[in-house]
Ligand binder design. Structure first.
Ligand code: SF4
Length: 239
């Protein structure tokens, strides 16, 4: 059983193509810009336990319209065994229907993917949040002591060709966007492979606390970040 916050039967913002999105309850960090703070606690009245069979029952009628399934959170890697079971069941369903489905994870990268070989065998890729590069910046932003595992995941996922996308939430004055981009470019160069990078504009909607009135980065600021990334040889998109 997993603790599921919500299901979206057809989403176009949770990875490539039209996807069935599963949002698991519970997160192990506390980002100051979190849009869904209600997903952070491991238990919540609006979340409920679901088996893999329950989820498959919800998604099987959508199969002809789907490119795949994305599991997000909270932090879905807190429930890795269930995730593995779900992905195995999704792959089986795709085979039975003769309609292959891809299985993606959307993660804050704080759990080492290398510890879950069975999951990584059936997972097609990870959309990895790199929230900050500097450890002190990361700690201030997330309340977590270190981003060492996130950095290791970046290289490890790229090395085994499972890095679908790197995501950076651009929050002027709080996130070291240029440093993140420089270090991503360095990691790509050292491994000799690239992955798409998505620059996500910070938006205060849903955010509680000190950043609830923080301004969004301007178009000019976002374009400057994108230009900087292009100069580093990165393929970026802005959302
Ligand atoms: S990782 Fe995601 S769900 Fe967890 S606190 Fe950060 S933004 Fe919220």
């Amino acid at each position: 059983m997993a603790i599921v916050r919500k299901l979206i039967s057809q989403s176009t913002v949770d990875g490539p193509g039209n996807r069935f999105a599963v949002f698991l309850q519970g997160c192990n960090i506390r980002c100051a810009y979190c849009h869904n703070p209600e997903t952070q606690a491991m238990h919540d009245d609006e979340a409920h336990e679901m088996s893999v069979v329950d989820v498959i029952r919800e998604l099987e009628h959508c199969v002809p319209f789907l490119r795949g399934v994305t599991v997000s959170g909270g932090e879905c890697m807190l429930q890795p065994e269930w995730l593995t079971e779900l992905f195995l069941a999704v792959k089986r369903l795709g085979q039975i229907r003769n309609h292959p489905l891809t299985c993606l994870v959307d993660s804050n990268g704080t759990i080492p993917f290398s510890h879950y070989p069975e999951l990584m065998q059936v997972c097609d890729g990870v959309m990895l949040d790199v929230k900050a590069w500097d450890e002190a910046v990361y700690s201030r932003l997330t309340g977590a002591p270190s981003n060492q595992v996130v950095r290791e995941n970046l290289g490890w996922l790229l090395g085994c060709d499972k890095l679908t996308e790197v995501r950076i939430v651009c929050l002027s004055g709080r996130v070291d966007v240029e440093t993140i981009l420089e270090n991503i470019a360095e990691t790509f160069d050292s491994i000799g492979r690239k992955a798409p990078v998505r620059l996500i504009r910070f938006r205060p909607q849903g955010v509680v606390g000190e950043l609830s009135n923080h301004p969004m980065p301007s178009d000019e600021q976002m374009n400057n970040y994108a230009r900087f990334a292009h100069e580093l040889g990165l393929g970026v998109t802005i959302r």
